[in-house]
Design a protein around this ligand. Sequence first.
Ligand code: NAD
Length: 312
Amino acid sequence: INSLCNMYIWKKISMKIIDGKKISNDVLDEIKNHVEDRVNNRKKVPHLAAILVGDDGPSQTYVNSKIRACERVGFNSSLFKFNDNINEDELLNEITKINENKEIDGFIVQLPLPSNIDQEKILTQVSPEKDVDGFHPFNYGKMTLGIDTFIPATPSGIVELIKRYKIDLSGKRCLVIGRSQIVGRPISILLSQNQSFANATVTVAHSRSKELETLCINSDLIVSAIGIPKFLKSRMVSDNSIIIDVGISRVDDETSSKGYKIVGDVDFEDFSQRDVMITPVPGGVGPMTISMLLKNTLKACELKDWLLNLIH
Ligand code: NAD
């Protein structure tokens, strides 16, 4: 009886994991099925390319996992690697070549770029039809207006988790911590839109925000995208909250062969006895980012089919 009671208590107060790895695998399986259908119907195999400038360790890791994911679903992929002494004009030229390459359906420019290169100029050079990261102002504007387009992969992955876990955000108080162009800003826009998965009342907090703890405790859903390890503590959130941890930070770890481990913005262990839903790091938003990038690439490929059909 004692152990049954313990189990009951444990069950009642342990946090629930939002399993991004599992959902990401489901999405990748679905994409793989689409690719197989395309091959059976003699349609083009989708092709994703990545531009990588310099030898930033995390950037190389991210690009490699994107290429591995392409292999898993049967996409073709290409990596265009450049030294960090490439200048802006040369890089713009390379992008034009990829824009014109009929074999490539979508491509990304892995960020960050070296400081001598104007990121905005580079991202604006990417052809909007191949902009599977959704960072071109044309696609970003469409997203803001709620028009169907390429949604940046990380916010798109968060939306997918919300949909697949059937989380009802209508009228709920959502706090987005961080206002970056790639995560905080777009997810705050998406969650406030008049869409079945959204309709939330969204607050955006950032480095200048005051009384963040009060904002946190009064929120039903918190999306944290700041990059400060273990920033969000259990005492800062209410019971039944949903916490989406976007942060990825490397912290020293002598027990790991690499000498570091990856942690999120959330002090995960601190939440173990709390009645909350939470995305772990790793295994939460990260894998979703990759699968949604591939979903955008499939969309780019299908868009091209559609355009070609119109011409013929
Ligand atoms: P960023 O690094 O460009 O900016 C950080 C943001 O956090 C800024 O808007 C800043 O105002 C805010 N901020 C900083 N300190 C704060 C504080 N004390 N209180 C409140 N706000 C504060 O943002 P980013 O590029 O969105 O990256 C954020 C984190 O998310 C990083 O750890 C990054 O590695 C990670 N990330 C993960 C994925 C993924 O796929 N999981 C994708 C992109 C970024």
